[in-house]
Design a protein around this ligand. Sequence first.
Ligand code: DQQ
Length: 583
Amino acid sequence: MGALVVIGVACAWLLLLQLAGASHVVYKDVETEANAANVPPSIVDPLLRTGFHFQPPKNWINDPNAPMYYEGWYHFFYQYNPKGAVWGNIVWAHSVSRDLINWEAIETAIEPSIPADQYGCWSGSATTLPDGTPVIMYTGINRPDVNYQVQNVAYPRNRSDPMLREWVKPEHNPIIVPESDINATQFRDPTTAWLASDGQWRLLIGSAAGGGARGAAFVYRSRDFRQWRRVPRPLHSAATGMWECPDFYPAAPGRTVGLDASSAPGRPQVKYVLKNSLDLRRYDYYTVGTYDEKAERYVPDDPAGDEHHLRYDYGNFYASKTFYDPAKKRRVLWGWANESDTRADDVAKGWAGIQAIPRTVWLDFGGKQVIQWPIEEVEALRHQPVTLRDTVIKRGEHVEVTGIQTAQADVEVSFEVSSLLAGAEPLDPALAHDAERLCGARGADVEGGVGPFGLWVLASANLEERTAVFFRVFKAAGSDKPVVLMCTDPTKSSLNPDLYLPTFAGFVDTDLSDGKISLRSLIDRSVVESFGAGGKTCILSRVYPSLAVDKNAHLYVFNNGKADVKVTLLTAWQMKKPLMNGA
Ligand code: DQQ
């Protein structure tokens, strides 16, 4: 049987090669091209293309790079393949905006051009020097055979151009090279630098230690932004595997006002967030803790934090990066959301990857976790609001929200639940720490006590297709605190059987003491980006409906729990399309 399969595959290859030869077409990647022919029509439907999420007109994008504010303009750079819809040929594409929502694409900022980056210009960050000059530090690949990584800088050619169109790489690049005890293929993604109390710069580089077993953020120190020295011990390290794209920033618990990284060292009451993008799992994890400047160490408040794995987003969100926005005194988070269909689909679509809506981030009152909320500017896209008020949804019922098109919408809803603990289903101790498995086992259609209740978005008229975003309340043995789970269940989001449709879930840190919980979902054709309990738990999910497209997309509130749920207020807006890089 196995042999037959092998022979079959070999024959198919030969046939494809013959076909390629016969038509005198040279296919670089025969398999990809062949698979592209089998792509179901719905995937390539331009009506599944997102509209108000950041993206270029075509091709592949990944990590956000060096977001910054300069002379009245927001600058956003990103990893981009100018030649296709798969990862490769990476350059730094560059867009500018006045409001983080309407974007204009300008010249490529950084592309391979010097020995220190000739095989790749990978991720990095921007730092504003005391005289106002922005400087970019990024990872360059300088060897063809292996991904040998060094760090380079680039400066604007003309500081009086607020668009910062041209970037110059000084002769002294690379400015940081891996020492012999560092694995040079795991040494990348420099953070924004900050000025410590001793007047010297610090920055972090993502890496691995212990033969790759530990993730590590190495600290580098400099007086002049030119000569950098590594501090022997990493700022922090944990047994998780390689850390990509570290991010490290100060925040004052309970204050939505952001802090510039250079203004905070040594200030009392300031906590720090350390984020890493975990290469092994492709998720962004963070801890909250203390930065001990003298010891050059970061200590998470929760000693088990590195394993507990708080995530910015429990869905499809990676390689994120924050920046301090001096214009609005806030810290803003960008994150990349990859597609979740196949590589062949991406080739057929001609595009792959979007950025999540930028989020304002701050620390909750207790300093335990990051709270995230879509930047206020996105609200300028809202129009035609419709509302639902004081509507009780009984066991097994659903209510449609009508009056607007909801394929591109912003929905805010407040729920009220009664008989909390009495009605809640028991929490299986085996799943008590695994939100994703719990949600997989107790999905949107499995009746519970309190919940599942929430939204069906991108739903078809007869509900054959629907993506559920919902809460479910559990009662843990021996505890009088409810355990609240938030999930996105896309298992019914498309009739197309070949899609990768993972269920995403996270716990919500709330005791539901007033019985109230809120949900906001930004729906943009093939993305559903949701914020539970005012931004305590966030889930971004990519879905590709085949029926619930454009005018055929519906929105419902549902309750599959035994206990009644009241929608105290739901407001849904249609979303206008912003200027999006000419797309
Ligand atoms: N993507 C970049 C790397 C980074 C990874 C390359 C994370 O610099 O580590 O495109 O997605």
